[in-house]
Design a protein around this ligand. Structure first.
Ligand code: NAD
Length: 369
């Protein structure tokens, strides 16, 4: 069988710096675990614009469609702020998500014990937290028509966006949440606003349909999204997998992410339909941006990007044990007190650079064998 293939799009700012540490980890798997990946690299965002005048070329898009998984660093930076909207760095990322039809966005909120005091919530509320928010990514109010700003014919204007979901759009993201739950705590909580929105009523009915017909073994509950937001900060450990639409998912996933502390710690996955080989179309990326304020200084925390690769091991390559190995190596270096600048809290720690953090994780991986 051919080696699994990965396309690395490191992007701009700290993207290449954090991705350099991921490449070390990929190399480690080849050398120490006999897991060799066919890795290729290309440009996205501002770096692609500098080279080709567009934030993603057709050739790069075709390569992304052909590989088993895409790993992306980050895009953007002040240098590109004045560019026309159509060639802004973010357009490269949006094109990837759209053309790969990545409808299921996975945002884990996991609290490493050593960082529990970083959260704005009390330690006992977040310590050991491990939840997954599944956000529908390709439909809903961000895409629905009609949309726009129009004259209201009474001397004023009206702004319109349309929340629109079809049966199949809801069912496919619900399936993705139920599949995930089966690999985790076997619980799904679906969030919408069925009390005030028809699209919310449809959402609730379709999620329930998928449950009753295809996943009756998974525990399902429903919650209004506003109540869900309250529960997330009151008692987040009651959740396992949360599935919700594009708009509510945007808000709830950021809220949940901040339960765990730093932006430099947060991975994500965006998954689409299965390809011919059974693997889902997939793009993995840290939640953070290109952090121009610290780019080029060796200060970036590579853990979000490394944990994104761990998600690729689990969700694209069915190597859950190896993903856990990476996560435990991260946990170990944090427990040993190693901290990039963003993780230096009042309790102190050993300040390390981006590459020293990557090396420490490699050493922890060695120690795991
Ligand atoms: P940002 O995430 O880049 O940075 C926000 C703050 O967090 C900064 O102070 C930064 O130094 C810090 N930070 C972020 N990642 C870090 C890491 N790994 N280690 C240590 N500190 C880290 O968000 P921003 O400043 O709003 O945006 C900067 C650029 O990134 C903009 O051009 C924006 O459009 C772009 N952006 C890209 C993405 C993406 O590629 N997915 C996401 C968000 C923002």
């Amino acid at each position: 069988m051919a080696n699994p293939s990965i396309l690395i799009l490191a992007g701009d700012g700290i993207g290449p710096e954090v991705m350099a540490e991921v490449k070390k980890i990929i190399g480690w798997f080849g050398a120490r675990r006999g897991l060799t990946f066919d890795v290729s690299e290309d440009l996205v965002g501002g770096s692609a614009y500098d080279a080709h005048g567009v934030p993603l070329t057709d050739e790069t898009m075709a390569r992304a469609q052909a590989v088993d998984a895409v790993l992306l660093g980050a895009v953007g930076g002040p240098k590109y702020d004045k560019l026309d909207f159509s060639v802004k760095p973010e357009r490269g990322l949006l094109r990837l998500r759209k053309e790969m039809d990545l409808f299921s966005n996975l945002r884990p909120a996991q609290c490493f014990d050593a960082l529990a005091d970083f959260s704005s919530l009390k330690r006992d509320v977040v310590a050991g937290l491990d939840i997954m928010i599944v956000r529908e990514l390709t439909s809903g109010v961000y895409f629905g028509e009609p949309r726009g700003i129009f004259d209201d014919n009474e001397g004023g204007r009206v702004g319109i966006n349309t929340q629109r979901y079809t049966t199949e759009e809801i069912r496919r993201v619900a399936r993705s949440a139920f599949e995930l739950a089966r690999r985790r705590g076997n619980k799904v909580c679906s969030m919408e606003k069925a009390n005030v929105m028809e699209s919310g009523i449809l959402w609730r009915e379709e999620v329930q349909w998928v449950h009753d017909n295809e996943y009756p073994d998974v525990e399902l509950s429903h919650m209004y999204a506003d109540a869900g937001a309250m529960q997330l900060v009151r008692w987040p450990k009651q959740f396992d997998v949360i599935v919700t639409d594009n708009l509510f998912g945007d808000l709830l996933s950021d809220c949940a992410a901040m339960l765990t502390g730093s932006l430099g710690m947060l991975p994500s996955a965006s998954l689409g339909a299965p390809m011919a080989n059974g693997r889902p179309k997939a793009l993995y990326e840290p939640v953070h941006g290109s952090a121009p304020d610290i780019a080029g200084q060796g200060k970036a925390n590579p853990i979000a990007c490394i944990l994104s690769f761990a998600m690729a091991l689990r969700y694209s390559f069915d190597l859950g044990d190896e993903a856990t190995r990476v996560e435990q190596a991260v946990e170990k270096v944090l427990a040993d007190g190693l901290r990039t600048a963003d993780l230096m809290g009042p309790e102190g720690g050993k300040p390390v650079s981006t590459s020293a953090m990557g090396d420490a994780i490699l050493a922890a991986l060695d120690a795991s064998l």
